[in-house]
Ligand binder design. Structure first.
Ligand code: ATP
Ligand code: MG
Length: 412
């Protein structure tokens, strides 16, 4: 029988891959906490309506990418393709719309049926923030500043650029939408089939198309600036001022829209040219209408999500493997004492390991091969006199250390 394979578009995280991944998530969690965000964990599957209602039935995610199935009870459930809808469902379901603001950080797997390629998987991972409650542009700036701080802490900020846009308020967007429809309608012949469908339902999303022909056309399409209401223009100006106060550099890009239908005002992406076609590492914006759309009270909100795999690939250096201490008994009679030493070191929080068999030479080879930082050698003579030979495997220096002093001697 052929051995089973991982499902297409899924990956195992082992060794360096797992360390890179973990470093991204740990760093994001730490920085988000400093910005006052609390972590939420929501289920990785939800009733299908949580996504179909919130993401809008014209989005690529809903029309083509969702993993949806009927469970054994006949309920339609969907593996979450993104984090925002579940957080809003949880906000409403837990009665938290009365306790605002809520500042939420999340991390975990997401699922989209896409064509797998470098930086694009069917199970991938996101970190994300949602700041729910405030309608002030200061909130948008804070959310972006926290994202920027995470990229800086990861050492990848220099490889990315923040591209910023506004999608205006409803009146601005309606006027802009009409202008876009007129423009694209006059160039129907040049539009991809997908974008022709978007033309009827959500022409703004043509700006986000990845089709080459569409992109050439989009370059000449009208921008939103002349259609912005005074209120929307003011919001955008204030956002930019706040970003300067937070020290976050940005570049305006009038083509940035979000893939989902519920965004207004702020839209942004951190992009890189270091990852080929999969250049967006973090994307987000303001989604004031979503909580109400999902059955809660009208509640402003702003947030972003970032792809952990893409950030992990951008890390300048792989986090190093943990270096432990190898405990090496010489002769069977020393094994019992060696186990005692092993446990004493572990109890003190030091990473210590002992092989299950082998002579001194084999065990030393193994210690070197696995990158141990020190070897603690216990022969019968050492055990009898309550000491150990400690060899620093980086310098090669060796010394005799009383067992009672081992923890202090080996603590970093
Ligand atoms: P893209 O334009 O690359 O398809 P998107 O607009 O669909 O991205 P979002 O829904 O905004 O992406 O998700 C936020 C981030 O999650 C993306 O910027 C990206 O870093 C990451 N991401 C999205 N889809 C995938 C995927 N299939 N595999 C890996 N990472 C992904
Ligand atoms: Mg996508």
């Amino acid at each position: 029988m052929a051995a089973p394979q991982a499902v297409r578009g899924t990956r195992d995280l082992i060794g360096e891959d797992q360390r890179r991944h973990q470093h991204v998530v740990d760093t994001a969690r730490r920085i988000a906490a400093a910005y006052g965000f609390d972590e939420w964990s929501t289920p990785i599957f939800e009733a299908t309506t949580v996504f179909s209602r919130s993401l809008g039935d014209t989005s690529d995610v809903v029309t083509k990418e969702m993993y949806t199935f009927e469970d054994r009870g006949g309920e339609s459930v969907t593996l979450r393709p993104e984090g925002t809808a579940g957080v809003c469902r949880a906000l409403i379901g837990n009665g938290l719309t009365q306790s605002l603001p809520q500042k939420v950080f999340y991390a975990g797997p997401m699922f989209r049926y896409e064509r797998p390629q470098k930086g694009r998987y069917r199970q991938f991972h996101q970190i994300g923030l949602e700041l729910i409650g405030p309608s002030e542009p200061l909130a948008d700036a804070e959310v972006i500043a926290c994202g920027w701080a995470i990229l800086q802490a990861l050492g990848v900020a220099g490889a990315t650029v923040l591209e910023l846009n506004t999608l205006g308020d409803k009146p601005s967007r309606e006027a802009y939408r009409a202008a876009l429809v007129a423009f694209f309608d006059a160039h129907r012949g040049a539009l991809s089939a997908d974008s022709l469908a978007r033309l009827e339902r959500n022409p703004l999303r043509i700006l986000d198309s990845k089709d080459e022909g569409d992109r050439r056309l989009v370059a000449d399409a009208p921008t939103i600036a002349p259609y912005l209401s005074e209120a929307a223009a003011t919001f955008y100006t204030q956002l930019q001022a706040h970003l300067r106060h937070f020290g976050v550099p940005f570049r305006e890009n009038p083509r940035i829209v979000r893939g989902l239908d519920y965004y207004g005002h702020t839209a942004f992406e951190f992009v890189t040219d270091a990852l080929g076609a999969q250049g967006t590492v973090m994307g987000g914006g303001r989604y004031d209408g979503l909580v109400e759309e999902m059955g809660g009270p009208a509640t402003p909100a702003v947030g972003w999500a970032a792809g952990v795999e893409r950030l992990a690939m951008l890390l300048p250096e792989a986090p190093s493997a943990p270096a432990g201490i190898a405990i090496i008994p010489v002769g069977e009679a020393s094994e019992a004492a060696a186990v005692g030493v092993l446990q004493a070191l572990r109890t003190a929080g030091l990473r210590a390991e002992m092989a299950y068999r082998g002579n001194l030479k084999r065990r030393m080879e193994r210690a070197n091969r696995t990158g141990a930082r020190a070897a603690v050698i216990l022969g019968e003579a050492e055990v009898a006199s309550g000491v150990a030979q400690v060899k620093d495997l980086a310098s090669g220096a060796q010394s005799t250390v009383p067992l009672a002093d081992l923890v202090a001697h080996l603590s970093p």
